[in-house]
Design a protein around this ligand. Structure first.
Ligand SMILES: Cc1cc2nc3c(=O)[nH]c(=O)nc-3n(C[C@H](O)[C@H](O)[C@H](O)COP(=O)(O)OP(=O)(O)OC[C@H]3O[C@@H](n4cnc5c(N)ncnc54)[C@H](O)[C@@H]3O)c2cc1C
Length: 495
């Protein structure tokens, strides 16, 4: 006798952060949905994606996972440390700093192994079923009636679902099987990372904590996400607990070529005076290498089939964007999928809009990053560029999300005239950087050794003053850069 294939409303392929957040979001909105999650790992490994932006906290507030977040380390800020003189003297390493002020949403440093486990457990607690450890072998796509084959407890099993949600990360199960093409991305980065124990205490190599930091930030500067900016690459330093710190590098292969990953990682830590000072004598775990970071699927859905998280796209990790995108996708997809179950039909107008908006937002991120690595060594040019990003991020993401919470669902885009301003300023930065390189000049225009972004989400009226404040900080510093360039033309020897 043939047994009937078990059927679910939704099967989620992969139980990492995208799969779990999606399941939690769906269950919160429609508890009656039957959801099966299939996850390969017995326990999650350590993963990249260990820091979140403030905005991600706003999204997390919507998922009712405060009890899970409490176990993670609040992120005290974001710091960019430059080293144009290649020294470990803290007073000569310039810094563009962004302490996190107490606000309605703060960021975190995640122990991803623990965080992903807790999120998955929460999804199960809310009524999702799980097969784990289970391998997704294959699926047969049928419009709103797909069949999934898995290997579980040494046996093969089959399940049917109206919707398949691909949250398999870089395995990209759906995109590969369906033959969905990627957009061409010329920007080409790679990453290498390792966990370190017994690193030199941060107080031995860092600047003294400033009054600005002490009086405003929600935690010590040692608990911030630290980026060490260098020409063509940046290194992160994320404290995960008392013993363990994650250190990794992302580099632009168009600038630095394709070196042997492990050698590049070790040599850099030997030759950069500050990084050497920090890591010397520490115990390093295995180096993990990710040879190619950016990609973007041309398609994000079909009837009964959708990709989320890394299975859809990944552009660049500099501003900790992955989890924020996952939250935005989950909120949108929850509306679209529950709408399908309510009306028993696809609302193609809404689905197409979803796809258009997200594909455009990912493409815009490519524009943000593709020239960025050329300027990473320059304190004032890079900081000014980031200040412009922060101004845009505040105006087009934070501001509408706080004032019109419904707007929070859509990622911000580069629309006219902001795209023209961005293009103009980018060209100027690149020209100035090229000229300085020819003339052997370093940064001159920005206050040393520390300057502050002043980005925050304050309560009350001061929230509204943030827009002009952030604009003026960017604009005044931009004018300083330009004036220094003019000054150099007339008094070249003085610089
Ligand atoms: C260098 C780097 C640094 C980053 N830093 C940040 C950061 O600071 N902040 C941030 O927000 N984002 C960051 N990101 C992005 C972030 O890490 C990812 O966007 C996020 O982890 C993706 O989650 P996911 O659930 O889509 O994929 P994953 O976490 O990879 O989950 C996929 C799951 O699917 C399962 N799976 C896959 N195939 C199968 C199969 N055949 N059968 C069964 N199960 C399967 C896997 O076991 C896994 O658990 C970074 C990315 C990189 C590359």
């Amino acid at each position: 006798m043939k047994t009937e294939i078990p059927r679910y409303d939704i099967i989620i392929l992969g139980g990492g952060i995208a799969g779990s957040v999606m399941a939690i979001s769906l269950k919160r909105k429609t508890p009656a949905l039957t959801i099966l999650i299939i996850e390969r790992s017995i326990i999650f490994p350590n993963k990249v994606g260990e820091s979140s932006a403030e905005m991600t906290g706003l999204f997390f507030n919507r998922f009712g996972i405060e009890h899970i977040l409490k176990k993670q380390i609040p992120k005290a800020g974001l710091r960019f440390l430059f080293n144009e003189h290649n020294t470990f003297d803290p007073e000569k390493t310039d810094e563009f700093s962004s302490p996190s002020f107490k606000s309605i949403a703060n960021g975190y440093h995640f122990n991803r192994q623990q965080f992903d486990e807790d999120l998955l457990a929460e999804a199960i607690k809310m009524g999702c079923e799980i097969r784990r450890p289970a391998e997704i072998i294959d699926f047969n796509y049928e419009k709103l009636n797909s069949l999934v084959r898995i290997k579980y407890e040494d046996k093969e099993a089959e399940f049917r679902a109206t919707w398949l949600i691909d949250a398999s990360g870089t395995e990209r199960i759906v995109g590969k099987k369906m033959g969905w093409q990627d957009n061409t991305v010329t920007f080409d980065t790679a990453a290498s990372l390792a966990h370190f124990e017994n690193l030199r205490p941060i107080t031995e190599w860092d600047k003294l904590q400033s009054d600005v930091w002490k009086n405003n930030a929600i935690g010590p500067q040692s608990q911030s996400t630290i980026h060490f900016l260098r020409h063509g690459c940046w290194w992160w330093h994320i404290v995960l607990n008392n013993n363990t710190t994650s250190i990794g590098v992302v580099y632009d292969k168009n600038i630095l070529g394709t070196p042997d990953a492990e050698k590049f990682f070790n040599d850099y830590l030997e030759n950069d005076e500050l990084l050497k000072h920090i890591t010397q004598g520490a115990t390093r775990g295995a180096i993990k290498h990710l040879p190619k970071l950016p990609y973007l699927s041309k398609q994000l859905y079909n009837d009964g089939l959708v990709v989320i998280g890394d299975s859809a796209a990944f552009i660049d990790p500099l501003f900790s964007p992955g989890i924020e995108f996952i939250c935005q996708q989950s909120i949108n997809l929850t509306d679209l999928i529950t709408d399908y179950f309510k009306n028993n039909k696809m609302n193609y107008r809404k689905w197409n809009r979803y796809q258009k908006v997200f594909l455009a937002a990912f493409s815009d991120r490519i524009k943000i990053y593709q020239d960025r690595y050329k300027l990473m060594g320059s304190y004032d040019l890079f900081s000014n560029w980031v200040q412009l990003d922060f101004f845009g991020y505040f105006c087009f993401t934070i501001f509408p999300s706080v004032v019109f919470p419904g707007r929070m669902k859509t990622p911000p885009r580069f629309l006219f005239p902001s795209n023209l301003v961005y293009k103009f300023v980018t060209n100027r930065y690149l020209k100035i950087a090229a000229r300085r390189k020819l003339q052997g000049r370093l940064s001159t225009s920005l206050k040393k050794p520390v300057s502050y972004s002043h980005i925050a989400i304050p309560d009350g009226f001061t929230f509204y003053l943030k827009v002009p404040q952030l604009f003026f900080i960017w604009f005044i510093n931009y004018m300083r850069i330009e004036m220094d360039e003019v000054g150099f033309m007339f008094f070249p020897k003085k610089k």
